[in-house]
Ligand binder design. Structure first.
Ligand code: RUQ
Ligand code: CUA
Length: 653
C-alpha cells in the first residue's frame, strides 16, 4: 500500500473543521424564504404528515419519530436507554431488555436505523437500530412502536457498521468498528497488528416473527469497519463494508491511520458464506451474549444468555470476500437503487469514488488482483472504478438516492449537501448545511425504491440556528425539497440527542397497522389482574405482591395495610381501559425507580422498598379524566416487628 497523505485536508479536519460561517447562513435563509417553503411544510391542524422519519438519537440511546414535512416530533421510542416517561428499563418487565454480558446496561449510543424490506421495498414491519458502545442490535415493532428485541453482538466493539438490512430482510448486519482480540484476552495493546480481529456479524431475521439470531460471524483482519450497506438488485447477495485504519495502528490514529492513500471497501458474498454455513462450514466458538425478547402477550421481556457463536474464517470460503481499494479513509459506503454503483465516501477526500459492481465481478472473474491482505484478494483499483465525482466538496460522509438517477452526498468539512448525476458524475446542485452535516436521509434511501421527495440532512453543529439554550443546543436537521433540478431548503427542526442516520417511510405503509390498545382478553401477564375479583395483595415472606387494577379514576385496591419496613413490594398494575390513548400512570413516594405509564390492557410492575413507617400515598401521573386528581391511594407501613395482617380496600364504602 502506498504511503501518502493529503496533509492539508488532515489539518483542516483537525483544526479548521467548520468552514462555513454564520454569514453564509443568512444568505441561505433568504433563498429559502423567497420561495413558498412555508406552504410546503405546513401541515394544517388535524392533518397528518406524509412520511414518518425515524431519527436516531445517538447518545440519547433512543429513536425519535418525526413527521415530514412538518418536522413535528411524535414520539421518543426508548431502545437502549432507560426512559422514565414510560418506565422502560425501570419496570420489572422491561429491565431484561437492557441485560448484556456486562450486566444491566441502561444506555447506549444508537446510530443507524433501517426499516425492514421485502423485495427491495420498505415493508414497514420493523425498524432496526444499532447500539455502538456495548454492541447490540435492537428491533422496534412498527405496530406498537416499541422495542421488542435486542441481541448483543459478541466479539465486537463499537458496533458501528450496522444495522443495515438485506433486500428481503434475510439479515440485519452488524460490523465491529474497533477490532479486538478474539476471544478477548489480556495482551499488550501493541500486539494489535495481526492479532486483533474484526467481526462482521450476519444476524438472520425470521420472516414470520422477526426473531433475530446470529447466523455467522465473519472474522476479518483487524481493520476498523466503519459503515456498511447491502447490495440490491444485481448485487443482492453481497454486502459492502468500509474500512479505515488498514494500517492497523494502535495509537495516534488521527495521523497513523491516515498513512495509506487507500483503504478498502470489503465486499462480502454472504450468499456464498450462507451456503458454506448451511453445509456445515464454520466453527462454533464459545461466547457469551444476551438475547432479549419482549412478548406482547405477557407484556414481559426475557433475557437469555447465549453461549456460542458460529465463526467463519474468510480464507475458508474462497471467492466470498474481496477488498476494493478506496481512497482516503472512507466513511460511508452506499449502494444506488439499481445495485450497480458502490459509492465510497472518502472522508479525507475532495472527490467521491464510485465503483462498479459489474466491473467488480469481471475483475474477480479475471483475477485482476493487486496482492492481498491476510490472504484476502485486493482488486485492482483501475479495474473496478466507475469514476469519480470531481471536486464535489470536502470530506464526503454519506450518500442517499432519489430513485431518479441522482445521488445526494453530505460533505462534513465543506458543510454542504451535493446533488450529482449517477450517469454523468457531474455535480448538479449544492446547498450549504447549518452546520457540519453528518448524514442525509431520503425516505427509502437504503432500498431499491426511494421516495425522492424530501431529503433530510442531519447536522452536527447548531450554533445560531435557534434561540440559545445555554451551552448545550439540540442538534439540527434540515429538510430539503428535492423534486426539482435544484434542492430547496424548506425547514430547520431540532432533533433529540445526536442524529446519525434516519429512516423514512410513507406514513401510508404503516399507519393502518398501528395498534391502538392491548386487548385485555389477550393479556397473559403472569401477575395481571383481569377479572374484577383478581385485585388482591399476597405476602410471600418479605415479598408482597399487589395485584392492582386501574380504570378512570380509581386504583383497586386503593388502600393497603400490613406492609412492613424491609418488605419488597411489587405493584403489578393492569390498566383496564380499552379505549385508544387512555393510559394511566403510577407513582409511589420514595420508590427508587421511575413512575410507570401503563397503556390500555397492559400490565406493568414496579418495586418499592419502604424504609420508614408511616402512611405513604401513590397516585396516577397521567391526567386521565376530570377526576384524575382523585386517582390515588395509601400504603400503611408498620415496623418490621409488627403483627398487623395484610388488608386492602377494594373501593367499596
Ligand atoms: S455515522 S455522521 Cu454513525 Cu456518519 Cu454518524
Ligand atoms: Cu388515571 Cu390519572
Amino acid at each position: 500500500m502506498r504511503k501518502s497523505i493529503n496533509i492539508s485536508i488532515l489539518v483542516l479536519l483537525i483544526t479548521g473543521l467548520f468552514s462555513c460561517n454564520t454569514n453564509d447562513s443568512k444568505d441561505g435563509d433568504k433563498g429559502a424564504l423567497a420561495s413558498n417553503a412555508a406552504e410546503k411544510v405546513y401541515v394544517a391542524p388535524g392533518e397528518h404528515d406524509e412520511f414518518y422519519a425515524f431519527v436516531s438519537g445517538g447518545y440519547s440511546g433512543n429513536l425519535t419519530v418525526y413527521g415530514l414535512p412538518s418536522g413535528r416530533m411524535f414520539k421518543e421510542i426508548p431502545v437502549f436507554s432507560q426512559f422514565p416517561t414510560s418506565g422502560y428499563g425501570y419496570s420489572e418487565e422491561t429491565k431484561p431488555m437492557l441485560n448484556t454480558s456486562h450486566g444491566f446496561i441502561p444506555w447506549d449510543d444508537a446510530h443507524h436505523p433501517d426499516i425492514s424490506q421485502t423485495s427491495g421495498k420498505l415493508d414497514g414491519r420493523w425498524v432496526f437500530i444499532n447500539g455502538n458502545n456495548t454492541p447490540r442490535i435492537a428491533k422496534i415493532d412498527l405496530k406498537t412502536f416499541e422495542t421488542t428485541e435486542i441481541i448483543e453482538v459478541p466479539n465486537s466493539a463499537g458496533n458501528h457498521s450496522s444495522s443495515f438490512v438485506t433486500e428481503n430482510t434475510e439479515y440485519v448486519v452488524a460490523g465491529t468498528r474497533f477490532s479486538v482480540p478474539v476471544p478477548q484476552q489480556d495482551i499488550a495493546i501493541n500486539e494489535y497488528k495481526g492479532k486483533f480481529k474484526g467481526a462482521l456479524s450476519f444476524i438472520s431475521v425470521d420472516p414470520e416473527d422477526g426473531i433475530m439470531s446470529i447466523k455467522f460471524q465473519l472474522m476479518m483482519p483487524g481493520f476498523n469497519y466503519d459503515l456498511s450497506h447491502p447490495g440490491r438488485g444485481k448485487s443482492h447477495g453481497w454486502f459492502f463494508f468500509t474500512t479505515y485504519n488498514t494500517e492497523e495502528a494502535n495509537s495516534l490514529l488521527e495521523v497513523n491511520a491516515s498513512q495509506n492513500d487507500k483503504d478498502f471497501i470489503a465486499a462480502v458474498n454472504w450468499k456464498k458464506i450462507e451456503e458454506y454455513v448451511n453445509n456445515g462450514g464454520g466453527k462454533m466458538m464459545p461466547a457469551n451474549y444476551a438475547h432479549n425478547v419482549y412478548d406482547d402477550d405477557t407484556h414481559t421481556a426475557t433475557s437469555t444468555m447465549m453461549k456460542e457463536v458460529l465463526v467463519v474464517d474468510p480464507l475458508e470460503v474462497p471467492g466470498a470476500v474481496f477488498l476494493l481499494p478506496t481512497p482516503k479513509s472512507p466513511h460511508g459506503v452506499d449502494i444506488d437503487p439499481s445495485g450497480e454503483y458502490i459509492i465510497g465516501n472518502g472522508k479525507l477526500s475532495a472527490d467521491l469514488t464510485i465503483h462498479s459492481f459489474t466491473k467488480m465481478i469481471s475483475a474477480i472473474e479475471n483475477k485482476k488482483f493487486d496482492g492481498d491482505a491476510y490472504g484476502i484478494p485486493i482488486l485492482k483499483f483501475e479495474e473496478i472504478l466507475r469514476g469519480t465525482v470531481k471536486q464535489a466538496g470536502l470530506g464526503p460522509l454519506h450518500t442517499e438516492f432519489d430513485g431518479k438517477g441522482n445521488g445526494y452526498t453530505t460533505f462534513f468539512i465543506s458543510s454542504e449537501l451535493v446533488k450529482w448525476d449517477l450517469e454523468t458524475l457531474e455535480v448538479i446542485d449544492r446547498k450549504p448545511n447549518y452546520y457540519s452535516v453528518g448524514h442525509v436521509m431520503i425516505p427509502g434511501g437504503n432500498s431499491a425504491h426511494p421516495f425522492g421527495k424530501y431529503a433530510v440532512s442531519m447536522n452536527k453543529i447548531t450554533k445560531d440556528r435557534y434561540l440559545p439554550t445555554g451551552p448545550e443546543l439540540e442538534h439540527s436537521a434540515q429538510l430539503f425539497d428535492i423534486t426539482g433540478e435544484k434542492m430547496e431548503l424548506l425547514l430547520d427542526f431540532p432533533t433529540h440527542g445526536e442524529p446519525h442516520y434516519a429512516a423514512g417511510i410513507p406514513a401510508s405503509i404503516i399507519k393502518e397497522n398501528s395498534q391502538k390498545i392491548y386487548k385485555l382478553a389477550e393479556n397473559e401477564h403472569e401477575y395481571a389482574a383481569i377479572a374484577n375479583g383478581d385485585a388482591r395483595v399476597e405476602r410471600d415472606g418479605n415479598e408482597v405482591h399487589v395485584y392492582m387494577t386501574m380504570i378512570r379514576s380509581h386504583f383497586t385496591p386503593d388502600n393497603i395495610e400490613g406492609i412492613k419496613v424491609g418488605d419488597k413490594v411489587y405493584f403489578h398494575i393492569t390498566n383496564h381501559e380499552q379505549d385508544f390513548d387512555v393510559p394511566h400512570g403510577f407513582a409511589m413516594i420514595g420508590a427508587n425507580s421511575s413512575g410507570l405509564l401503563i397503556m390500555p390492557g397492559q400490565t406493568k410492575t414496579t418495586v418499592w422498598e419502604p424504609k420508614e413507617v408511616g402512611v405513604w400515598p401513590f397516585y396516577c401521573t397521567d391526567f386521565c379524566s376530570a377526576l384524575h386528581q382523585e386517582m390515588q391511594g395509601y400504603v400503611r407501613v408498620s415496623p418490621k416487628s409488627s403483627k398487623l395482617e395484610l388488608s386492602w380496600s377494594l373501593g367499596e364504602d
